[in-house]
Write a protein that binds this ligand. Structure first.
Ligand SMILES: *Cc1c(COP(=O)(O)O)cnc(C)c1O
Length: 404
């Protein structure tokens, strides 16, 4: 049995072979501890870490001194939000975020709510964008942090980050952005975007899992954080723990490749994504795009297919690795909270598919996936009484269903 075609690059990406090659020596001959100051093993490791720091900083327009290494974006988000909440507790206790953030942000905020913070979860407009007027109105003299992601991991919608940065600056509030899905895919610049704290992870941009970074602004303003990990005082006291040298080398190499190849890669993926969308729309009625196409990552397509059953759809395309808007959590079939925040009904949320294209996908794969989707959706609709009623012109919203 051959493996499914991988179209789930928002969940994770394979390590680029060039990244792996750069990492290998740091598992073997260059195994030193970057904190060992007394011998060459330590110096070699430290040099590699500092190179990685520069490569990451360069991708986001930062200074390498502003990069703090972590175990990934979940930790970066925790450190940014809890670190600010604790450090600036005397200034205020109010944090603003959005309903469609990643769980690593939402659950961190929920945790802080129990500790006495007040959290505003901004609703999203139907197109997936934050309402800037609502954001302005939500700020009070107790607001210490705005945490809004750069681009969403389900619908790929890119937030108006520059405008958010401007509002934050005007009101003297810090701005954190979970930029996991944006970094390496679209230009990100912490100076131009007015970002004070930014989370990034290796495994979403063809680097290794288990390594990430938090950008922490050093001037205008100088951001301070309460450490969440006590220990040897590594990373300017913000994150103790022996550095993951091979991981950092990999994250750095991944950032350098992404920065260099971004113009060509994003154009290629955009063309493939647009072809997938056009083929599906030309051959299937009653498909719906979730989130605006205008402000979207080039590699993302999120589409709902009306009048099919979500589970049957996924089963029908089991030779394609994608994510759907219905996450099977324990006994209940909970539709995606991101799609619900956009105002989607349960039925369309359950039949949504997230196509996440990546560096190693080909046009032949796109053609296969498009045809497979068309065949499976058509087959399922042929068996669907709802589809038949829809085709007969019955207005399904007016039908009175009776339970037996
Ligand atoms: C994957 C992801 C995370 C979590 O990153 P890890 O490194 O796996 O902890 C956080 N935010 C977004 C938007 C993501 O897509």
């Amino acid at each position: 049995m051959s493996k499914p075609i991988y179209f789930d690059n928002h969940a994770t990406t394979p390590v680029d072979p060039r990244v792996l090659e750069a990492m290998i020596p740091y598992f073997t001959e260059n195994f030193g501890n970057a904190a060992s100051r007394n011998h060459a093993y330590g110096w070699v490791a430290e040099d590699a870490v500092e190179k990685g720091r520069k490569q990451i900083a360069s991708l986001i327009g930062a200074n390498s001194k502003e990069i703090v290494f972590t175990s990934g974006a979940t930790e970066s988000n925790n450190l940014a939000i809890k670190g600010v909440a604790e450090m600036y507790a005397e200034k205020g206790n109010h944090i603003i975020t959005a309903a469609t953030e990643h769980k690593a942000v939402l659950d961190t905020c929920k945790h802080l709510e129990k500790k006495g913070c007040r959290i505003t979860y901004l609703p999203l407009k139907g197109d997936g964008l934050v309402d800037l007027d609502m954001l302005r109105d939500a700020i009070t003299d107790k607001t210490i942090l705005i945490s809004i992601m750069y681009a969403n991991n389900e619908i790929g919608v890119i937030q108006p980050v520059k405008e958010i940065g401007k509002i934050a600056k005007e009101r003297g509030v810090l701005f954190h952005s979970d930029a996991v899905q944006a970094c390496g895919k679209i230009p990100v610049n912490v100076i131009e975007d007015g970002i004070d704290l930014l989370s990034i992870t290796g495994h979403k941009l063809y680097g290794p899992k288990g390594v990430g970074a938090l950008y922490v602004r050093r001037k205008n303003p100088r951001v301070q954080l309460t450490a969440q990990m006590d220990g040897g005082g590594h990373e300017r006291g913000m994150r103790s723990g022996t550095l993951n040298v091979p991981g950092i080398v990999g994250l750095g190499a991944a950032c350098e490749i992404a920065q260099r190849e971004m113009p060509a890669e994003s154009a290629r993926l955009r063309a493939l994504r647009d072809k997938l969308r056009a083929t599906l729309e030309a051959n299937l009625e009653e498909t719906y795009i979730n989130g605006t196409m205008e402000h979207r990552l080039p590699n993302n397509l999120n589409m709902s297919f009306a009048y099919v059953e979500g589970e049957s759809l996924l089963m029908g395309i089991n030779d394609i690795a994608v994510s759907s808007g219905s996450a099977c959590t324990s006994a209940t079939l909970e539709p995606s909270y991101v799609l619900k925040a956009l105002g989607l009904g349960d039925d369309l949320a359950h039949t949504s598919i997230r196509f996440g294209l990546g560096r190693f996908n080909t046009e032949a794969e796109v053609d296969y996936v498009a045809q497979k989707m068309i065949d499976v959706v058509n087959k399922l609709r042929e068996l669907s009484p709802l589809w038949e009623m829809f085709k007969d012109g019955v207005d399904l919203s007016k039908v009175q269903w009776t339970a037996h």
